[in-house]
Design a protein around this ligand. Structure first.
Ligand code: 3AM
Length: 178
């Protein structure tokens, strides 16, 4: 039997947006605010799958390949902190409908395939800092970060040599924006 992998579906961020976010984060948050995610790891999770066997991964990939959703523009114009989960995040004041529909579909497919899905509503966000256990001042994003989302990605999450690494395993296109 093949080994299981820790998997999640997410949206990747363009490299130049990641660089701008990391620069903004370094300007506004001190080292004791929390543990910054590496630039390469910045992403927006759509559905967390947990530990998945090779067989289940292939079934989930087939289902993902059947999704016919339009692309959308993602604007990162909101930021905040969740003290319970100890994260500082970036998000959208008005998440696009296409994003919410895509996450709904992937979460429903995951749930039907036996991957536990939290009953909590989906709050699309990009985690910037983890272990942010004390309240910090969150400035508004300095300017609008907007970019077209034309695909979604299946990532493997690994913890190796004290570091978290996210490796893209597969990706699927969204339909061209109207
Ligand atoms: O980008 P964020 O931080 O929202 O928090 C984990 C991360 O999402 C989330 O999956 C993404 C990649 O690791 N995650 C990890 N364990 C989880 C769990 N048990 C989880 N989401 C839900 N349930």
């Amino acid at each position: 039997m093949s080994e299981s992998k820790r998997l999640f579906f997410a949206i990747a961020l363009p490299e130049e947006i990641r660089a701008q976010i990391v620069y903004w984060r370094a300007q506004h948050f001190s080292a004791d605010a929390g543990r910054p995610l590496a630039a390469a790891n910045l992403h927006l999770t759509l559905a967390f799958l947990g530990n998945v066997s090779g067989k289940k991964q292939r079934a989930l990939e087939q289902l993902a390949g059947r999704i016919r959703q339009p692309g959308f523009t993602l604007t990162l114009d909101d930021a905040g902190q969740w003290l319970r989960s100890r994260v500082v995040w970036l998000g959208s004041r008005q998440p696009p409908r296409g994003l919410l529909q895509l996450a709904d579909m992937l979460r429903a497919q995951a749930s039907r395939s036996g991957c536990y899905q939290s009953p909590q509503p989906f709050h699309p966000h990009i985690t910037l800092l983890r272990d942010a256990s004390h309240a910090v001042n969150i400035p508004p994003p300095g300017f609008r970060w907007s970019f077209p989302v034309q695909e979604f990605v299946l990532y493997e999450s690994q913890f190796l040599n004290g570091r978290t690494r996210y490796t893209p395993l597969n990706r699927w296109p969204l339909k061209t924006e109207q």
